[in-house]
Design a protein around this ligand. Sequence first.
Ligand SMILES: [Zn+2]
Length: 82
Amino acid sequence: MFGGKETPMVHCRRCGGEVAEKPLSRLVLVGLALLTAFGLPVLGPLLWLPAIVLGLTGAYFIVWAVAGGGRWCRGCKRFDGV
Ligand SMILES: [Zn+2]
């Protein structure tokens, strides 16, 4: 898993479209890092907007990892958990 092996292009089982694949560990790490942005408003009330944007992006990455197993179909525009 950590051999740096290139993953062959995966195709969606529903529509046959291209499936974007990201390493699970990286998605979770980046997601958790972005989720900490929810703490930004503590530093200044004006930071709530970037905090929400970054936090939601982080939550999205976590959902991508958990629900989609790191896969996202460009054809169906949804997580490809199959
Ligand atoms: Zn698809």
